[in-house]
Design a protein around this ligand. Structure first.
Ligand code: SF4
Length: 238
């Protein structure tokens, strides 16, 4: 079972992949200032209980965190120790953290972290070669038991070969969504897949994005079909 845990809301744009951030897009419709980072009402979700005393989040759930922020954003430094304590209190739940702020991770780990909690997987986002070369060496050195790379929104060709190895559990790839989406070329997707196959790292083509180029032709893909179109390519190795 999969679920979401948005502990805090709000973020700042840090790199090319943030240009059309969906958090900003969605908040602007409701006149909300996305740059203000605040705790949400779901902050205690992993340890919240039902009337019968059982956890609201059942055992064996995978909780994807911070879809409307970044777990390692500096404004959340004041709340993160409490978040780590909740994560530690639920070894029966898998927590997924996704970040573009890999440079902040080491200073944000809890005192009892050691070589990582078993129930935490860290995803490092890289959207182009520049960000891959900046973030992946830092990511590789971090003490996490489970590490994955996510190339989304994929904005150009990325050669991942030099960074891949046993330490990476999965690479997933996706294009950009939204009305101003930048194109994603199937050639770039296949290049990353080839690097993964060569390094024996599982590969997952998550979705095409809204403007998908194949054999030089651009296809407009509606949001609801972007994952289905990726499935049709049948190129996953997981
Ligand atoms: S890090 Fe993520 S949530 Fe934050 S601005 Fe960038 S795309 Fe948006």
């Amino acid at each position: 079972m999969y679920s979401m845990w948005n502990l805090w809301h709000g973020c700042h744009k840090v790199s090319e992949g943030c240009l059309h951030c969906y958090v900003y897009r969605r908040d602007s419709r409701y006149d909300i200032d996305s740059s203000q980072v605040r705790k949400t009402q779901s902050f205690n979700l992993p340890v919240a209980r039902k009337r019968d005393g059982t956890y609201k989040v059942p055992p064996h759930t995978t909780l994807w965190t911070c879809f409307t922020s970044d777990f390692f954003i500096s404004e959340a430094d004041q709340w993160r120790d409490e978040a780590w304590a909740m994560i530690h209190a639920r070894p029966d739940v898998n927590f997924i953290l996704i970040t573009k702020r890999i440079d902040r991770v080491a200073e944000c780990l809890p005192d009892d972290w050691g070589d990582g909690y078993d129930n935490v997987t860290l995803y490092c986002t890289v959207e182009n070669q520049k960000r891959a070369d900046m973030r992946l060496p830092v990511f590789k050195r971090l003490p996490f038991k489970h590490k994955c790379i996510i190339c989304e929104p994929l904005l150009g060709p990325i050669s991942l070969g030099r960074w891949l190895g046993e330490w990476v559990e999965e690479v997933s790839v996706g294009g950009e969504s939204g009305p101003e989406a930048r194109p994603c070329d199937f050639k770039w997707v296949m290049q990353i897949r080839a690097d993964c196959v060569a390094a024996n790292v599982p590969f997952f083509f998550k979705q095409t994005g809204a403007n998908f180029i194949k054999d030089g032709k651009t296809y407009k893909i509606p949001r609801k079909l972007q994952s289905a179109q990726a499935r049709k390519a049948a190129i996953d190795t997981i």
